[in-house]
Design a binder for this molecule. Structure first.
Ligand code: SF4
Length: 104
């Protein structure tokens, strides 16, 4: 098992996207197209647990079929950023990302 792990990384030690997927970090390369432009996004590892939509319902909603969540409104002030960040921290599969480009 360790051999597989090491060979996986030694083959592509420079590939950040591979590491993102392996360690389950949210990746903007895999974010849903419904995400509104801005810092926060949900990527395709969402398991539709709805935790984020309960914690920050103003910012996260489920798609029509409830298969995944996405960001429909970026936080506009510090209070909203706190609730959005709480949703990010709570996500059980790290599907929520923050690329830090918003004006927090
Ligand atoms: S908390 Fe994470 S896994 Fe759950 S619905 Fe939100 S983005 Fe998806």
């Amino acid at each position: 098992m360790i051999q597989i792990f090491l060979s996986y990384f030694l083959q592509k030690p420079h590939d950040y996207k591979v590491k993102e997927r392996f360690f389950k970090m949210a990746s903007k390369d895999y974010k849903y197209i419904e995400n509104t432009n801005g810092s926060y996004y949900v990527d395709d590892s969402c398991i539709a647990c709805m935790a984020c939509t309960q914690i920050a319902p103003k910012h996260f909603i489920m798609n029509e079929d409830n298969y995944y969540a996405y960001v429909h409104c970026q936080p506009q002030n510090s209070a909203e950023t706190i609730s959005t960040q709480e949703a990010l921290d709570t996500c059980p599969v790290n599907a929520i990302g923050d690329d830090g480009n918003s004006s927090k």
